[in-house]
Design a protein around this ligand. Structure first.
Ligand SMILES: NC(=O)c1ccc[n+]([C@@H]2O[C@H](COP(=O)([O-])OP(=O)(O)OC[C@H]3O[C@@H](n4cnc5c(N)ncnc54)[C@H](O)[C@@H]3O)[C@@H](O)[C@H]2O)c1
Length: 464
């Protein structure tokens, strides 16, 4: 099949690569010239410097005959002449702090597409085509998309909702072996086309292939994200804080008690303070906004959002309230800038709030390191006399008054020995991910004080 992707971010690029791997002929359009240049470079390192997703570079290189990237809309119009489906993979961020989704990117792309669709096949529009919504959008979006198409006189066209459930950091492996594929459509014809698009999953014994209507598909995505977000909030706002409050409660032991109940499950218990990323926060905000603008209360949805926010404020605040830290003139290392491991995505990362807090409170030096997210982060916080970037975690943490671990990169688990051997014992350790929990005792014995999510203040033995 001939498939067009509009938007080549984490979702567009990864699902386009999997589409090519499924044997389709794929064109990807984006307005970001730099991104398109890198994604079409044919070089794994260059591809990863823009979108770090394990396996993405390999797939794009392997299928370069079947996948093309462009910023030229003329190419898109040619492709539409014989195109079977268009995946809309546009960003839908929150407008300020209103909860409302910013649909301007989506509308801009949809209106341009509708104009071109109306012109296809010399205006005859003979070939049937489906417009497939992959962005996470409001529940009623299918109606809006249809209105845009109708207004431009587009014929022979269906609108489908196919929300994306990929997990950043595992986007390719997850998309090659998804747990579910959700297709929302009104017409059998549209379901048939989507079965052909997803033939490899439609017949797969391990994939739940779910056909529903487009509003159920869009609502299912928002609600799934809210459910997961709520689990994270419970894990660290309720369970973590309980372990911080009462002595002799080891978070890992409480975790074992809880996660051995299969109704509770283990997902989220390993993530630690603050759920960042591009989706959970804005999707919960959008869900609350949609409920409230439909005359419903959204107390629980809003409270989950606030609980997540409070966790981070609390974690940062503990430096002062428990260890008496004044940030002014301090040298602070922040290792781990991505919102979680295995991605270079820094959207809503804990590190952003931390660095802003340090800037506002007059830290002398903010020493930053991440294995893959530094380029993204430099776009937000350029190098300066205060903001410094380091090539590895060891150089970043040297000569610091405070070390903050912000991402659960596995390599940070091995930092305890270096800290014990080479770092001044007066340095405060702030472990936002419990990365060093297996060595807290040793670190305390060596004299280090530790503030860790899920633990009470752990005073260094020399400091007692
Ligand atoms: N990132 C995730 O883990 C994830 C998972 C599931 C769903 N989603 C949803 O998928 C959607 C896309 O997310 P993402 O993370 O890929 O976003 P992204 O910001 O990484 O990518 C969006 C891309 O769209 C491009 N774009 C903007 N306006 C355009 C236009 N008019 N024409 C063509 N391209 C345009 C941007 O340049 C960018 O490359 C969002 O609605 C998001 O909520 C994301």
């Amino acid at each position: 099949m001939n498939i067009l992707y509009i938007g080549s971010g984490f979702v567009g690029a990864c699902s386009a690569a999997v589409s090519a791997d499924s044997g389709h002929n794929v064109l990807v359009f984006d307005i970001d010239k730099e991104k398109i240049k890198k994604l079409s470079s044919g070089d794994r390192d260059t591809i990863e410097s823009c979108l770090f997703e394990e396996g993405l570079g390999d797939l794009l290189v392997r299928h370069k005959e079947r996948i093309d990237f462009t910023t030229d809309y003329g190419k898109v119009e040619d492709f539409l002449e014989n195109c079977d489906g268009v995946f809309m993979c546009l960003p839908t961020p929150e407008i300020g702090e209103t909860g409302e989704s910013n649909l301007e990117y989506y509308y801009a792309a949809a209106e341009k597409l509708a104009e071109s669709l109306a012109k296809r096949n010399k205006g005859a529009q003979e070939k049937y085509i489906v417009i497939i919504n992959k962005s996470t959008v409001p529940i009623i979006m299918v109606d809006k998309t249809q209105e845009i198409l109708n207004a431009r006189g587009v014929k022979n066209c269906g609108v489908v909702s196919n929300p994306e459930f990929l997990v950043e950091g595992k986007a390719i492996s997850g998309s090659l072996k998804p747990d579910r594929v959700v297709i929302g459509a009104w017409a059998e014809k549209d379901f048939e086309i989507m079965r052909a698009v997803y033939q490899r999953f439609y017949d797969a014994p391990t994939v739940e292939y779910i056909e529903v209507n487009p509003k159920e598909a869009a609502a299912g995505k928002l609600l799934a994200n809210f459910y997961l977000f709520n689990k994270l909030a419970i894990c660290f706002d309720v369970i973590g804080r309980t372990c911080e409050t009462f002595s002799d409660l080891q978070f890992e032991n409480i975790r074992r008690i809880l996660t051995s109940d299969e109704r509770i499950g283990s997902w989220g218990f390993y993530d630690s303070a603050y759920a960042g990323g591009s989706c959970f926060i804005k999707d919960a905000r959008s869900l609350a906004h949609q409920l409230q603008t439909s005359d419903q209360e959204a107390i629980m949805v809003n409270e989950t959002y606030l609980a997540n926010k409070r966790q981070l404020e609390k974690f940062i605040g503990r430096a002062h309230s428990e260890a008496g830290v004044e940030w002014r003139d301090k040298k602070v290392a922040v290792v781990g800038l991505a919102f979680k491991r295995d991605t270079n995505d820094t959207r809503n990362a804990m590190s952003i709030e931390v660095v802003q807090h340090l800037q506002e409170h007059g830290a002398a030096e903010i020493k930053l390191y991440d294995p893959v997210a530094m380029e993204m982060f430099k776009g937000l916080f350029p190098k300066s006399d205060v903001i410094k970037y380091f090539d590895n975690e060891f150089d970043a943490i040297k000569d610091s008054d405070i070390i903050i671990i912000g991402t659960d990169w596995p390599q940070f688990r091995g930092l305890a020995d270096v800290i014990i051997e080479k770092i001044n014992k007066n340095t405060l350790l702030m472990d936002g991910r419990r990365m060093l929990q297996h060595r807290y005792d040793d670190l305390q014995k060596a004299g280090f004080s530790i503030i860790a999510v899920g633990s009470p203040f752990l005073k260094g033995h020399l400091a007692e």
